[in-house]
Design a protein around this ligand. Structure first.
Ligand SMILES: *[C@@H]1O[C@H](CO)[C@@H](O)[C@H](O)[C@H]1NC(C)=O
Ligand SMILES: *[C@@H]1O[C@H](CO)[C@@H](O)[C@H](O)[C@H]1NC(C)=O
Length: 279
């Protein structure tokens, strides 16, 4: 009798601890929305070189485009979850058929790192958590979805529609950028700047999706404050989610790749022509 009830008790303890274990694992990996982050390659490259002057960038061949940084499941008011399944490794074969567009649109700008470093990191850290959703439950689906969002919510087009284009002369206000995005998408984005050389550089714009993959406000994501900024002399725009200084103009730099290659090509043509001419 005593051993019976002891056995039963033991059974109950094992059962409930198992239950507690599954609940806590579920909690640990629970998330509320997906952050889709696009980055401006010129600023990312500038920052990468800032870390170490020997660093090289690998930029997309189109100098006008934004690229994907990542698609990140996130719990409101906190970061993560991350690494939801450490045994699910990144396999380059699974994205072989979309490797060309991924290279252009989900570019590993930190050029001195391994070819698959960015995708591998994004998959193991974030993709394995996003995989909880059926439309994102494989490497192929996760990366394809990123490409689809990139084509649908192309930041260079969204900004250009409000006459915000890369420039090394004109600078923009935080409100310019914020209104460009909200006018087009009707949701609150998060705008991120980097401070380099005492200036504020536009680096990332995040937009958010709920768990049925509909656009939603990014309010509540960690790392950003709601700020107010002047629109004109009379109006103030409030609730801008950003880390940028609202008082400072923002640089959205044009591709600064040197024009030298073109000059060299012309010079080479001239020299070959002269050689042909003199021989
Ligand atoms: C983790 O990933 C592996 C490899 O894809 C898979 O077999 C396993 O079922 C996954 N585990 C969970 C808890 O989803
Ligand atoms: C996501 O947003 C859409 C549109 O606002 C809404 O219809 C849907 O119920 C939301 N899904 C979730 C899981 O909140």
């Amino acid at each position: 009798m005593w051993t019976d009830s002891f056995g039963f008790l033991l059974f109950m303890i094992v059962l409930s601890s198992n239950y507690a274990y599954s609940v806590s694992v579920k909690d640990k990996y629970a998330w509320d929305l997906l952050i889709f982050t696009q980055q401006w390659p010129q600023t990312v490259c500038k920052e990468w070189k800032q870390h170490n002057p020997s660093h090289k960038c690998s930029l997309p061949s189109n100098p006008e485009i934004w690229t994907i940084h990542g698609v990140w499941p996130t719990k409101l008011h906190t970061i993560g979850p991350a690494y939801c399944n450490r045994s699910w490794h990144f396999d380059p074969e699974a994205v072989k058929s979309i490797e060309a567009p991924l290279t252009q649109l989900w570019t590993n700008i930190e050029g001195d790192t391994e070819t698959y470093a960015l995708w591998s990191h994004e998959w193991t850290k974030h993709g394995t958590c996003a995989a909880e959703l059926e439309p994102l439950n494989s490497e192929f689906k996760y990366f394809s979805n990123g490409l689809n969002w990139m084509r649908k919510y192309t930041m260079s087009d969204i900004l250009a529609a409000s006459k915000i284009v890369p420039s090394n002369e004109v600078q923009y206000t935080l409100v310019n950028i914020y209104l460009a995005v909200t006018t087009k998408l009707r949701v609150n984005p998060a705008i991120e700047c980097r401070n380099v050389d005492g200036k504020s550089w536009l680096v990332e714009i995040r937009i958010c999706f709920n768990k049925t993959l509909h656009l939603t406000d990014c309010d509540g994501i960690k790392g950003f404050k709601h700020k107010s900024a002047p629109y004109d002399h009379e109006t103030i725009v409030t609730d801008i989610l950003t880390n940028c200084d609202p008082q400072q103009k923002i640089l959205y730099p044009k591709d600064y790749r040197p024009v030298a290659p073109f000059v060299i090509v012309q010079l080479y043509k001239l020299v070959s022509w002269l050689q042909w001419f003199t021989l």
